[in-house]
Design a protein around this ligand. Sequence first.
Ligand SMILES: *Cc1c(COP(=O)(O)O)cnc(C)c1O
Length: 243
Amino acid sequence: MKVAVLGSIQPQPIEGEADGSLDLAKVEAAIKQDDFHFARTRLLALENTMQGKVLPQAYLQAARELTTRRGLALHLDGARLYNAAVKLGVPARQITQYFDSVSVCLSKGLGAPVGSVLCGSAELIGRARRLRKMVGGGIRQAGMLAAAGLYALEHQVQRLADDHANAERLAAGLRELGYTVEPVQTNMVYVAVAEQAGALQAFCAARGIKLSAAPRLRMVTHLDIAAADIEQVIAAFAAFCVS
Ligand SMILES: *Cc1c(COP(=O)(O)O)cnc(C)c1O
């Protein structure tokens, strides 16, 4: 709703593919013809990582070619951009080179207390600053928060590999217990718990582990989750299995 009210934007969601991408043929088919009865199609927004999956670089290049050919801007919701970069072993700019604008979260895996940044042309950022002020997003003495964000960017990017290893270990441990766990690429573990979701949530809560009660349960590793915590979660699931 925010995009409609604040941006006068009419989003056109497209069902995603199993690898986290949007089928570019479906994207192209969704571009509205130039007709004043329709909203003008202006922008393609992709997310990377998407549900913990890294979009292939060749796919990003193909998306860039499509958007250039059809006169669209290309935005990256890079909330977890650095997880993708660390997984691919490339500098983030190798991913962002295809995009006109990029947003990145400093406060998720990167571990800053708050914050996201928007990157783009000087013109775009100028407009974004104006809109940010308008919706009450201006902060005074924001340098305190910016310093935390800089620290995260300077010291907490490469360690995302630890989160990825922890996620792998969690997945392997749960698979050993018989759970169906989706292949892990970065810091997200999706495990099928079906109708056990509620009981598992309560069981783990009693052991100091907070889970959501989703049948397709998502668990995400980050700066504040240590390898020992992973073992604790696996042990709780193991105890649940024999309870
Ligand atoms: C968290 C998140 C955002 C928003 O970040 P804010 O800091 O709340 O603006 C955007 N996209 C994705 C995919 C996210 O996970």
